[in-house]
Design a binder for this molecule. Structure first.
Ligand SMILES: Nc1nc2c(ncn2[C@@H]2O[C@H](COP(=O)(O)OP(=O)(O)OP(=O)(O)O)[C@@H](O)[C@H]2O)c(=O)[nH]1
Ligand SMILES: [Mg+2]
Length: 195
């Protein structure tokens, strides 16, 4: 089976690329040096607990003052939903839940894809931060407190992503099943196998 795809989505400036770079940085040195980084989606392969997957950063989306959610942002989220096996929805705990976060949540919930909700910029990780409870209102599930600049909380997010990967054992077993047919031709039996 192909590697699972994990897409990072969220409003501009919440720290998606910082989160992406931290995870990829230890494995692929300079993601930022590739051309078109600021405009295109950025793909990089990585692994967690021995499981390989492709991480996708959705980048460079501008919010305009005349609408809460820019068309291009909606497109980015929709593309991510289409391609991803697991979606990481990054929010900013310092800003709290915004209208755009709520709109993105509606799109994500409709997709029925597995989602991991990240409250980035939780720089005082370890201290009780009541601000995180507000994020339960998005209806996505448990929010994970992360500080991408301090590299805290990221392991828990990766564990959660790992749990949400499609069950590959089942799929691989299915692929391994060999169907056998016995066909009688003249006076001989012929064995035909197919996957
Ligand atoms: N305090 C704090 N700042 C952060 C954290 N993560 C990212 N930032 C800062 O937030 C700003 C935006 O970070 P980016 O990673 O570029 O955000 P983005 O979501 O990729 O932004 P777009 O590509 O424009 O959508 C930068 O100044 C980062 O240094 C964090 O955990 N804590
Ligand atoms: Mg970015």
């Amino acid at each position: 089976m192909a590697k699972p795809i994990v897409a990072i989505v969220g409003r501009p400036n919440v720290g998606k690329s910082t989160f992406f770079n931290y995870i990829i940085g230890e494995k692929i040195s300079i993601v930022e040096d590739k051309p078109g980084v600021t405009r295109d989606r950025i793909y990089a392969d990585t692994n967690w607990r021995g499981k390989s997957f492709t991480l996708v950063d959705t980048a460079g989306i501008e919010e305009k003052s005349d609408s809460i959610i820019e068309t291009s942002m909606r497109e980015q989220v929709e593309i991510a939903i289409d391609i991803a096996d697991v979606i990481v929805f990054v929010t900013d705990i310092k800003q709290g839940v915004t209208e755009a976060d709520k709109e993105i949540s509606i799109l994500l919930r409709k997709s029925k894809k597995p989602i991991v909700l990240v409250c980035n910029k939780s720089d005082n990780f370890g201290n009780t931060n009541n601000d995180i409870y507000e994020f339960y209102n998005l209806g996505i599930g448990e929010p994970f407190a992360v500080s991408s600049v301090n590299a805290s909380g990221i392991g828990d997010v990766l564990d959660e992503i790992y749990k949400k990967f499609p069950n590959q054992d089942e799929e691989e077993n299915e692929e391994d099943i060999v169907k056998v047919a016995l066909i009688r031709k003249a006076k001989c039996w012929k064995i035909i196998t197919c996957k």
